[in-house]
Design a protein around this ligand. Sequence first.
Ligand SMILES: CC(C)(COP(=O)(O)OP(=O)(O)OC[C@H]1O[C@@H](n2cnc3c(N)ncnc32)[C@H](O)[C@@H]1OP(=O)(O)O)[C@@H](O)C(=O)NCCC(=O)NCCS
Length: 391
Amino acid sequence: MSDKSNDGNGSTATEVPKGLEGVVVADTAIGDVRGEEGFYHYRQYNAVEIAEKRTVEDAWHLMFEGKLPSKAERDSFSEEIRPLRSVPDQVKKLLPAVATAGDHFLPLDALRTALSLCTFAYDFHPSLDVDAEELRGQAMRVCAIVPTLVTSLYRLSEGQEPVEPSDDLPYAANYLHMLTGEEPSAEQAGAIEQYLISTIDHGFNSSTFTARVITSTGADLGGAVVGAIGALSGPLHGGAPSRALDMLDAIGEPDNAETWIRNAIEKGERIMGFGHRVYKTNDPRSLMLRDVAERLGGEQYEFARKIEDSVLKVLEELKPGRRLRTNVEFYSGVVMNSCGVPRAMFTPTFASSRTIGWCAHVLEQAADNRLIRPAARYTGPPPPEPVPDPE
Ligand SMILES: CC(C)(COP(=O)(O)OP(=O)(O)OC[C@H]1O[C@@H](n2cnc3c(N)ncnc32)[C@H](O)[C@@H]1OP(=O)(O)O)[C@@H](O)C(=O)NCCC(=O)NCCS
């Protein structure tokens, strides 16, 4: 569509495709996705290469400071993060109530509630009223606290005590340590590190856009990240990895795969872990995570490989020309499962790393802000109709 409609000010506005597909809404130096090529990058680096060669802290530094750290910068960055990982006392005592507030534990609901409490306790002010250095400090705090919050809330929901962050462990190993209470093997920590780095940022996805819209109003950084968590919780965005494993369970045996998948598509259902708005070829994250899953090995990986082949075959037949491929969610579930991350924690683990990307976008938006306020095409009965008198 390219016709014009009213923008609410009486002037005309340009119409864009539903879902804003392909519409450029901002400038960013943080990264981008090239869907046709199956490539995405963090600043000038291939994101997969960063995930294969660097640590979460290095990638975080790259996102915030615009460059990979030197040895000295890495040390001081890690030193800065370390004390920010502890939950403030006034929030710590509220976490058991947050974790057990509902009949079922909903980790992202619990996270956004707890993060909101934290940023309230930290006394964050509207981004419009704080300078760039203070906003960066707030972003550091939020990225550091989210892993502690998600793991603490999960443990509390399971009737276990939270595990304090370890002074000796870097981000990825510490994440598994706070989740399980045990120090992970180097292999598990390395696998989760690759997953975490590969999910830090991914173009102008829905939750990143949400964070930028909220920041554009001048609201505080906590509000932007809490809103982004809400966007991420949707199954069409971040809520799919456990659903992909649920599908593997439901299929049960490789021989059932084709019939199961065919039935699901014929009923109009989506196969979780497949399809992407931007990638029309292989999602590079799924290729990398498939390699990670292969390295970790196990029956589930072997089974997932077979099911992937069946899904792709059936999608090709029943949805020809849609170019549907495996997305990040399919093998991330397999990788996290192999590393001892429970299903309920798949999306929260994604949220932990993505918080770094959201915060980098908040900083960028705030540094060169204009209120994001688009328009909609009115499709209701023509106004103004006289308001009837009450009966
Ligand atoms: C990711 C996703 C939301 C992208 O959606 P989108 O760009 O809006 O794509 P559309 O909804 O326009 O779908 C285009 C066509 O492909 C089909 N399609 C897309 N993903 C599909 C899937 N996973 N399974 C079956 N069919 C799918 C749609 O039914 C549609 O078919 P139609 O033309 O016959 O109506 C979508 O692929 C999806 O729902 N995937 C499953 C959920 C998932 O894995 N989410 C994690 C994303 S990282």
